[in-house]
Design a protein around this ligand. Structure first.
Ligand code: MRU
Length: 356
C-alpha cells in the first residue's frame, strides 16, 4: 500500500445528529479504511479494540462519543438528559484505564454541559457539546505543532533517534507528539534517522509509526524491541523520544509497555531520553507513577498475535499494556507550554499547574 494518505485520525461528519468517522488502525499498514461510529457503543468498541488509540486521540474520540451517546435523548427533559450524560460519561470512562486524556476530555465535556444546565435547552446544550468536542480536537492539533516546534530544537542534523510505540498523527488530532518533533526537524531541513521499535505485542511501532514515517518520507529503520541495546551500543542513537499516556505530578510517565526498558537502556548508554506530551496528558492529582492504573489486556494478544498461535495452549500469560518510566530517567518533557527540564514536582507545577 504505497499511496500517500491524508491522516485524519478522527473526524465528525454532519451536525449534532452526525457520526464519528475514524481511521481503523487495526487494519494498518495493510489497508487504509475508515470506520463509522453511529452509536456510543460503537465508539466504546473502537477505543477498546484500538481502532482508535494513542492518548490524545482516545480523548478526542471520547468527546465526540459523548455527542453520539446523547443523540437518542434529543427530545428528553433536562433531568433525563443529564442522567443520560452521566451514564454515557461513565460508560466511555470504562473503555481503557491508563491514558488520562480520556478522563480529561470526558470531564471537560461534563463540566461544559453542567455550566449551561439552567440557562439552555437540551438542543442548545447538544450543539455546545459538539462545539466543545471540536475545540478539544482543534486544540490538540495546535498543541502537536507546538510540541514539534519546541522539540525540534533538541535535534541536530544527522542524528539517529529512537522511538517506541506510536506517538504520531494517528495517536492525536494530527502530526503527533514524538513524531511531530521528527516531522518538524525535517521541515527545518535537518536529516534525522528514526529507529522504530516494533513494540510488542501489538506492533504499534511497525504497523503505525513505520507507516507514518514512510508516508512523510522520513528515513527510518525498523528494529525488534530487543535490538535497542545493540543499536545504542553501535552509536547509532543520539536521542530517544516517546509519547506518554499519563504523567504524574512528579514526572513519572506511563507509556506503552517497553518504554521503561528503553529509558533504562538510554541511561546506560548516556543517551538523553525525552517524553513529548501535551498538557492534557498530565495528571497532577496523583503524586507519582505508583498511582497510575495499568491496563492489562487479553492473553491472546501474546499467544495468538495476528491470527497465529505462537505459544503452547494453557501457558500462563501476563500482559500489562503500559509501564511507568521514573522521572529520574527523563531528561526533559516536551510540552506545548515549553520544555520541562529538569523534571521535578516544582518544574511541572510551574508549567502545567493551571491545567489540573
Ligand atoms: O495502547 P496504545 O496504542 O493506545 O498506546 C499508545 C501509547 O502508548 C502512546 O505512546 C501514547 O498514547 C502517546 S500518543 C501521542
Amino acid at each position: 500500500m504505497n499511496a500517500v494518505h491524508k491522516i485524519e485520525t478522527v473526524h465528525w461528519v454532519g451536525d449534532v445528529d452526525g457520526q464519528l468517522v475514524l481511521i481503523d488502525q487495526t487494519l494498518l499498514p495493510v489497508a487504509f479504511q475508515e470506520h463509522t461510529c453511529g452509536t456510543v457503543e460503537d465508539v466504546w468498541e473502537a477505543i477498546k479494540m484500538l481502532r482508535v488509540r494513542g492518548a490524545p486521540a482516545i480523548g478526542i474520540a471520547a468527546a465526540y462519543g459523548v455527542c453520539t451517546g446523547l443523540q437518542p435523548f434529543a427530545a428528553a427533559d433536562h433531568d433525563s438528559f443529564f442522567d443520560r450524560l452521566d451514564e454515557v460519561v461513565k460508560y466511555l470512562a470504562e473503555s481503557r484505564p491508563t491514558a488520562v486524556n480520556l478522563f480529561w476530555a470526558l470531564d471537560r465535556m461534563k463540566r461544559h454541559a453542567s455550566a449551561m444546565r439552567d440557562a439552555a435547552s437540551v438542543r442548545e446544550i447538544r450543539i455546545a457539546l459538539l462545539k466543545e468536542a471540536q475545540a478539544i480536537h482543534d486544540e490538540d492539533r495546535r498543541m502537536c505543532h507546538e510540541i514539534g516546534r519546541i522539540g525540534a530544537e533538541l535535534l541536530t542534523d544527522g542524528q539517529g533517534v529512537l522511538t517506541h510505540c506510536n506517538a504520531g498523527g494517528l495517536a492525536t488530532a494530527e502530526y503527533g507528539t514524538a513524531l511531530s518533533v521528527f516531522f518538524t526537524a525535517q521541515d527545518q531541513g535537518k536529516q534525522v534517522h528514526v529507529f522504530v521499535d516494533e513494540t510488542r505485542p501489538l506492533l504499534q511501532g511497525s504497523r503505525l509509526t513505520a507507516w507514518e514515517l514512510k508516508q512523510r518520507g522520513i528515513d527510518a529503520t525498523l528494529i525488534c524491541d530487543s535490538m535497542a541495546a545493540q543499536v545504542m551500543r553501535e552509536g547509532r542513537i543520539q536521542a530517544v523520544i516517546t509519547g506518554a499516556d499519563r504523567i504524574a505530578a512528579n514526572g513519572d510517565s506511563a507509556n506503552k509497555i517497553g518504554t521503561y526498558s528503553v529509558a533504562v537502556l538510554a541511561r546506560a548508554h548516556d543517551i538523553p531520553f525525552y517524553i513529548a506530551a501535551p498538557s492534557s496528558t498530565f495528571d497532577l492529582s496523583i503524586a507519582s507513577g505508583a498511582e497510575i492504573p495499568i491496563e492489562e489486556r487479553a492473553s491472546e494478544e501474546i499467544t495468538h498475535g495476528f491470527g497465529r498461535q505462537t505459544a503452547p495452549e494453557g501457558i500462563a500469560v501476563y500482559n500489562p499494556a503500559f509501564d511507568v518510566t521514573p522521572a529520574e530517567l527523563i531528561k526533559a518533557i516536551i510540552t506545548e507550554r515549553g520544555l520541562i527540564e529538569p523534571v521535578s514536582v516544582q518544574t511541572i507545577a510551574e508549567r502545567i499547574g493551571g491545567n489540573a
